[in-house]
Design a protein around this ligand. Structure first.
Ligand SMILES: [Zn+2]
Length: 133
């Protein structure tokens, strides 16, 4: 009987800190979850904004198909690319809009770039037109 009571008391005293822990832990967890979700939402929106930004500016070099930047320029009838291998050059819409030219192999593109570079004024970016192919 006494043993039994002791056991119950022991169980209760064991139970108490656990219960207290859950009650104190609960508001912290709720605030923590709320805080984390706010941080996660912020990180997600900034990540998406960054991804959108990158999508706007990242391109594929039409010459070598590796990653290139699209450079803001006053050249409105085409796009300006910056490639680590081919430098900065412009491609006119007369090429960008023609899939067969865009699918030309690297040799054909490099020839077109050479022609455009030879024609370009000193200090200006080569501008590739359809007749460079
Ligand atoms: Zn390239």
């Amino acid at each position: 009987m006494f043993k039994g009571l002791g056991l119950i008391a022991g169980d209760v005293s064991k139970e108490k800190p656990r219960a207290r822990m859950t009650w104190t832990a609960l508001p912290i967890t709720a605030a923590g979850v709320f805080h984390l979700s706010a941080v996660a939402a912020f990180l997600l929106t900034s990540y998406l904004r960054e991804a959108q930004h990158k999508r706007d500016r990242m391109a594929i070099c039409p010459i070598c198909r590796s990653g290139a930047d699209v450079v803001e320029s006053r050249f409105i009838d085409g796009q300006t690319f910056r490639c680590s291998k081919h430098g900065e050059f412009q491609v006119s819409n007369s090429v960008l809009n023609v899939p067969t030219l865009m699918d030309a192999d690297t040799n054909q593109w490099e020839t077109a770039l050479k022609r455009a570079a030879w024609r370009a004024d000193p200090g200006l970016r080569p501008r590739i037109f359809s007749y460079d192919f």
